[in-house]
Design a protein around this ligand. Structure first.
Ligand SMILES: [Zn+2]
Length: 396
């Protein structure tokens, strides 16, 4: 087919999704390619026999026999570039064609939109067997192309939380320079196989084998899974995309700067190196510090503010005088103090009025020499009012 015909005639959402996902322009042709690899989880003969079935599935979804073998294990649609389009120009014309398609303006995730999404994701997406994602390498040669992700997120009625993106510049292997992988664009596997389904039974078999979920073929030759709708926690993709475009893309940042950005973003893969609070110093305080509340000791007797435990001691709670957050430096004995439950509760961020919190903090510093000395060092000031101010501002 010629590019001019492709652009002028109606194309199935599946084919549009496939080209939107990735195309390559070379030697007078524009092509999109689909391929998938065999897995160690299934016998190799299953892979080999799946290949011709997959070619049929591609053509069936495209409502036209336009896919052909590129090699024994890859498939392609080839357009003759009769308009001599370059990368940006083809992208713009394709984008216009998609935006003018009737399915594009629909308010719900209907069958046409699902077809488009299958073209976008499945022709290049692979099943992640360690975490539940369908993931693909994401390529972009210009900022324009990077924005196609936003188009997908904003217009296809997929829950934003189902997306996940890991930009190559932010991967740990990139920073260390050991392995510069491509940017990964991922979608929640459980959401996908329940709502979009798969056209390739080989991938369905991998999921059945690895995740133990059964599937059924529906009348449109789609393999759907009966799994639970996943529960999502964070919608971050738009923020990440915006952040990436503004802060990282094309900025020639040093590894040090990128590493710092990664830390600020608290990348999910890095969460395990978050420090754990030292339980030993808390135990030590519990046992050896006297059972009085540094916050209200000079006003109330502890027996009026607490209760006797089975160990025959008054119940108290251990509090970090300067809130710790992510700063391991502050998790030390000198920063700990015993409080009654009431005072402790009052010092939660926003739990009581700022004035009351400052009063409490001042009494703690006055009755606990260790906390005062430590706060002087941390905030580099001998002025108790400044220390009180800073501690109150930093409550977490
Ligand atoms: Zn108290």
């Amino acid at each position: 087919m010629k590019v001019s015909e492709f652009l002028n005639n109606t194309q199935s959402p599946f084919v549009l999704g496939a080209f939107f996902s990735r195309y390559v322009i070379e030697k007078g042709f524009i092509q999109t390619i689909s391929q998938y690899k065999s897995t160690k989880f299934l016998d190799d003969s299953i892979y080999k026999s799946s290949l011709p079935l997959y070619l049929d599935a591609l053509n069936y979804q495209s409502s036209d026999r336009i896919w052909e073998y590129k090699s024994k294990t890859s498939f392609q649609i080839v357009l003759e570039n009769d308009l001599d389009l370059n990368n940006d120009r083809f992208y713009k014309l394709l984008l216009r064609k998609i935006m003018l398609s009737p399915f594009f303006i629909g308010e719900i995730l209907d069958d046409d939109k699902k077809e488009f999404i299958r073209g976008f994701f499945e022709i290049r997406g692979s099943v992640d067997t360690s975490r539940p994602y369908l993931s693909q390498d994401y390529f972009y040669n210009s900022e324009l192309e990077l924005k196609r992700l936003r188009l997908l997120i904003d217009n296809f009625n997929i829950p934003e939380e189902a997306f996940n993106i890991n930009f190559r510049e932010l991967q740990s292997q990139f920073v260390s320079g050991e392995n510069r992988r491509n940017t990964q664009f991922r979608i929640n596997l459980f959401w996908y196989i329940k709502n979009i389904g798969l056209i390739n039974e080989y991938k369905a078999k991998i999921i059945k084998e690895v995740y133990g979920i059964n599937y059924k073929r529906n009348i449109d030759e789609i393999f759907y899974f009966e799994c639970e709708e996943p529960s999502f926690t964070k919608a971050m993709i738009n923020e990440r995309l915006g952040f990436y475009l503004n802060t990282i893309y094309g900025k020639n940042l040093s590894n040090y700067e990128i590493d710092k950005i990664r830390k600020d973003l608290e990348f999910e893969e890095e969460k395990n190196d978050k420090f754990k609070r030292d339980v030993n110093i808390v135990k030590f305080m519990r046992i050896y510090a006297p059972d009085i509340c540094a916050g209200c000791n000079d006003i109330y007797n502890i027996k009026d503010r607490s209760f006797l435990t089975r160990q025959n001691r008054y119940y108290t709670e251990i509090h970090h005088c300067i809130s710790v957050g992510k700063d391991k430096e502050l998790d030390v004995l000198k920063n700990l103090v015993k409080l009654c439950p009431t005072c402790h509760r009052a010092l939660g961020k926003g739990s009581s009025s700022a004035e009351y919190q400052k009063e409490l903090i001042k009494r703690i510093l006055n009755s606990n020499q260790q906390n005062l000395e430590f706060a002087k060092i941390i905030f580099a000031s001998d002025d108790i009012n400044i220390l009180v101010e800073k501690i109150q501002e930093n409550l977490k």
